[in-house]
Design a protein around this ligand. Structure first.
Ligand code: 640
Ligand code: NI
Length: 497
């Protein structure tokens, strides 16, 4: 059968020249070793299993047991209703955007459009792109949304978050962790035993923490307390070309093989999947056709660095949820295989945000600006200290606020204004702090130039200062090139339309 992705060159004149992620050369981001494996494979494909295969459940149980599927009919109808409504609201308000990510110094536009929703002030960085949360309603925060519907949508997603959190805790407490229905086989693999012990360990920990409450980074609760969700949307018919899955021949990919980045170690990722209902005529009826049904969306799984164990393609029907428990995201890679219908997903995560919250970066700015003093008479600004350690730290924070926050935020354009103006005020503050830091840099340069110091002192300051300035200069060049390139790409699109 033919897939309906024949690209309409009139609609997509830039297809082929506009570098989509589908054009990421494999060696660019998986390394030479994997590339060699792929070459060795030659024309042949590795085996993978779907529910059509007799050994599917056995393989799931032995090699993919930390992938848990919760089918739609096990989830409260009311929750389905509000969450699906939320997706449609966000889409109606044009809140989904393709990300321009950066891999090995090249920019790629993701075929999937996204929006990040979560704790106020939290961010999630993936593939060198920092996304900023649209805040979901939380106690003690007053959040103004651009439309009452957007409040409704964010409220629905935090409800889903609570539900998935409870489900994940329950799943992790399950003594015999297994994603599938029980079979007569009760053999426990070493890995499962390890995992069971690990859970017992953390349960004991959890109880002790009842008496000594502390922010225990290893506890089970911590690893399921999602602080944000990354929502995805893609309509395959709108995509001129989707990359083909290269190892197993699983067909069209919406998201290629990867590990999720920047998560708390061993934390669970929970995904709600909503592919819109299609017409039955799309369906392949033959039961004995090989491989996965191209009409259905699937999550694909493989063990990293392993070509012996077959891969797995798990169909996702509207409203199904899956959980990547414990270290599954480290030991395995996953991909998203496109079906025929448009699809939304909400992927709940415990983002590692020790350096990724507004609170954190404000704290950093405060540290840096402590080195600036105002003369009470003349109001002239000067530096408190020119000690190497101090100058280094201040210039490091200067780079951090410029490249991790301000440029990341403004590079993404006006997308963050769609739902709420929440980020605008803190960003303006950060810019103010950054301006002061620019002035502090000029003060250091001025001091070095004065010539009051011995050669030795000057060399000491310069040798700690210069690498950070050079880094700043390099990063500025890189960002400018990125922006120039993006503008060129956009011009290409409109010139030919
Ligand atoms: O069921 C789902 O909707 C699953 C979504 C999913 O797997 N999301 N994963 C990520 O958002 C993610 C997190 N950290 C790193 C990368 C990604 C996804 C990703 C992978 C590859 C690319 C290319 C195509 C640009 C190379 C983009 C995004
Ligand atoms: Ni992922």
């Amino acid at each position: 059968m033919t897939m309906s992705h024949n690209c309409d060159m009139k609609l997509f004149p830039w297809a082929g020249r506009f570098p989509g992620p589908y054009e990421v050369k494999l060696e660019d981001w998986i390394g030479d070793e994997k590339q060699k494996l792929l070459e060795e494979l030659g024309e042949s494909w590795l085996p993978y299993l779907t529910p059509r295969d007799a050994e599917f459940h056995q393989l799931w149980k032995t090699s993919y047991s930390k992938l848990l599927l919760r089918k739609a009919d096990k989830i409260p109808q009311e929750l389905h209703h509000i969450v699906q409504e939320a997706f449609l609201i966000l889409q109606k308000h044009n809140c989904f955007f393709q990300d321009l990510v950066r891999i090995k110094e090249k920019d790629f536009l993701t075929p999937v459009s996204r929006i990040l929703i979560g704790n106020p002030g939290c961010t999630y960085k993936y593939l060198n792109t920092r996304l900023f949360t649209v805040p979901w309603p939380m106690e003690d925060y007053e959040i103004k949304y651009c439309h009452p519907e957007l409040f409704t949508a964010c409220k629905a997603l935090i409800k889903l978050n609570d539900y998935l959190n409870i489900e994940a805790v329950q799943a992790l407490q399950e003594p015999n962790l297994s994603g599938t229905k029980e079979t007569e086989d009760t053999a426990v693999t070493d890995r499962e035993q390890d995992f069971s012990n690990f859970i017992k360990g953390s349960l004991l920990e959890d109880q002790s923490s009842l008496y000594t409450p502390r922010n225990d980074c290893t506890s089970l609760k911590y690893r399921t307390s999602y602080n944000l969700t990354l929502l995805n949307y893609m309509d395959p018919l709108q995509m001129p070309y989707l990359k083909q899955e290269p190892y197993f021949g699983m067909g069209n990919m919406a998201v290629s093989w990867h590990h999720d980045e920047n998560l708390v170690e061993r934390s669970t990722v929970a995904v709600y999947s909503y592919s819109c209902e299609g017409s039955a005529s799309d369906k392949v009826n033959e039961q004995d056709v090989e491989g996965r049904d191209p009409a259905d969306w699937h999550v694909g799984l493989k063990i990293a660095w392993d070509i012996k164990t077959p891969g797995l393609a798990i169909p996702l029907h509207p409203g199904d949820c899956y959980f990547m428990l414990d270290d599954l995201n480290m030991t395995h890679q996953h991909c998203v295989l496109a079906g025929f219908q448009p699809r939304f997903s909400s992927t709940h995560r415990v983002a590692e945000c020790s350096t990724g919250t507004l609170e954190y970066i404000f704290g950093q700015c405060e540290v840096a600006l402590q080195n600036l003093q105002v003369d009470s008479d003349s109001a002239a600004l000067s530096l408190k200290s020119l000690e190497v350690q101090v100058v280094k730290e201040v210039e490091g924070i200067h780079n951090e606020v410029e490249f991790e926050w301000l440029r990341q935020f403004w590079f993404q354009g006006k997308r963050y204004r769609k739902c709420t103006d929440w980020w605008l005020e803190p960003m303006a503050k950060l810019e103010e702090f950054w301006k002061k830091m620019e002035f502090m840099t000029s003060l250091v340069l001025g001091e070095v130039g004065k010539g009051e110091r011995t050669m030795e002192q000057r060399n000491e300051i310069i040798s700690c200062f210069l690498p950070l300035l050079t880094e700043r200069q390099e990063l500025r060049k890189e960002w400018t090139a990125s922006i120039r390139k993006r503008k060129t790409d956009i011009n290409w699109m409109f010139e030919e339309l």
